[in-house]
Design a protein around this ligand. Structure first.
Ligand SMILES: Nc1ncnc2c1ncn2[C@@H]1O[C@H](COP(=O)(O)OP(=O)(O)OP(=O)(O)O)[C@@H](O)[C@H]1O
Ligand SMILES: [Mg+2]
Length: 376
């Protein structure tokens, strides 16, 4: 990332006598910090795409790094917003936004840190949601177990440092060990290796992490855990599409992303954001899962449509991404999550466990197609 000092240091300063009314490079950079990278909560300066700012008598030129595969509409949006912000500053006679092609890291803007693979881990999948509370962790845990039930070696990383819930849902105590090489040994339950912030601080502790600490922690969980040989590592991302999610998509080579939603319109609008987040950084969207799709009565087996179900499918089709399946509201799903006995592990014969396995099989086959790399 280009820091303020480096950026300012790289600027070509015109003669002060001719440009007394022009804003300073720092002032321009401050304005650019108010422009968000489309689809993200992060600004374009911290995203590292501002390469240079040139100030001349004719006006200001902002040079932006763009990877070759950044969509033209994204570039247009960035240019329009930069122009809008600088035009609002006094003393700028003209503005030019110039895109420079930079070599693409695997996905994502050029100045991002290079993404790494995790030694021994064949595929990494991220489970995301545009909105909180839609059952992302529940889906991530049961999906991990369903992939495991298909004969794969699976790990689960709770990337939600602010609201970790994987440890509660899988629960195998808190005895995290560290190797003499200072690597974290994940816990294991039902054959799933997992790691969660709750194992270090407890479920009830309110964790106040600042951005850089979150970044460091996410990296530790990805690269400093003895995952061993895994066919799949599933990442339960925090809800939303902010910095923590972005850090992950920037640091590790992701094979695919899954977006979880509920059928209410309010959640569906956020599907778009979740899908866009993966698309912006060129991670294949494996599909959308509609959770709490309808209510399955334990007594009569009747299906009740509490919300207008089917919105997930409709949105997936609108966004041109696959629809992976519907998971009903079932009491045992909640009870299984609360008591560290997830339904796929403890009641494999339940219709919902079959649903998770079919979604898992669907994901595996889509992954095989999307990166032409069959599962190990
Ligand atoms: N299909 C379902 N049927 C019944 N209960 C469910 C279902 N899915 C999730 N729940 C329950 O809903 C609550 C929220 O689920 P969960 O914690 O998985 O959501 P989340 O999206 O991960 O939330 P957060 O945004 O806080 O991370 C939990 O109590 C969980 O047991
Ligand atoms: Mg969660």
């Amino acid at each position: 990332m280009i820091t303020l000092v480096e950026t300012v240091g790289a600027l070509r300063f015109p003669s002060p006598a001719t440009l007394t009314c022009m804003p300073t490079p720092q002032e321009i950079l401050e304005e650019l910090k108010k422009v968000r990278y489309p689809g993200f909560t992060r600004d374009i300066v911290s995203f590292g795409i501002i390469k240079d700012i040139e100030i001349a008598q004719s006006g200001v030129t902002v040079i932006v790094n763009a990877t070759p595969n950044t969509k033209p509409e994204i570039l247009d949006q960035i240019a329009a917003e930069i122009e809008g912000k600088i035009a609002a500053m006094t003393g700028v006679p003209g503005i030019k936004v110039q895109f420079e092609q930079a070599p693409a890291a695997r996905g994502g803007p050029a100045a991002m840190p290079a993404r790494r693979t995790i030694p021994g881990v064949e595929h990494v999948l991220a489970v995301a949601s545009g909105k909180g509370g839609v059952g992302k962790s529940t889906v991530a845990v049961n999906l991990a177990l369903a992939i495991g039930a298909l004969g794969m070696r699976v790990g689960l990383m709770d990337a939600d440092v602010y609201g970790p819930s994987v440890a509660m849902m899988l629960g195998a105590g808190r005895q995290v060990r560290v190797t003499p090489q200072r690597r974290i040994v994940p816990l294991e339950r039902f054959g799933i290796r997992y790691i969660s912030m709750a194992l270090f601080v407890g479920d009830e502790t309110a964790v106040i992490w600042r951005g850089p600490m979150v970044t460091k922690l996410e990296s530790e969980f990805l690269f400093n855990v003895e995952w061993g040989n895994l066919d799949y590592l599933i990442l339960d991302l925090p809800p939303g599409t902010g910095d923590a999610q972005l850090t992950i998509t920037q640091r590790v080579v992701l094979d695919g992303g899954v977006v979880v939603t509920t059928p209410q319109e309010i959640a569906l609008l956020d599907v778009k954001r979740g899908v866009a987040m993966f698309q912006q950084v060129h991670v294949p969207v494996l599909g959308v899962i509609e959770n709490m799709s309808y209510y399955l009565c334990a007594k009569c087996g009747h299906r009740h449509e509490l919300f207008a179900h089917g919105g997930g499918k409709r949105f997936a089709s609108l966004l041109d991404v696959p629809f992976l399946g519907e998971v009903p509201i079932v009491r045992q799903i909640r009870e299984g999550g609360d008591s560290a006995n997830p339904i796929v592990a403890t009641n494999p014969g339940h219709p919902v466990s079959a649903t998770f396995k079919s979604i898992a099989a669907n994901i595996i086959s889509r992954l095989a197609v999307s990166n032409a790399r069959p599962p190990a």
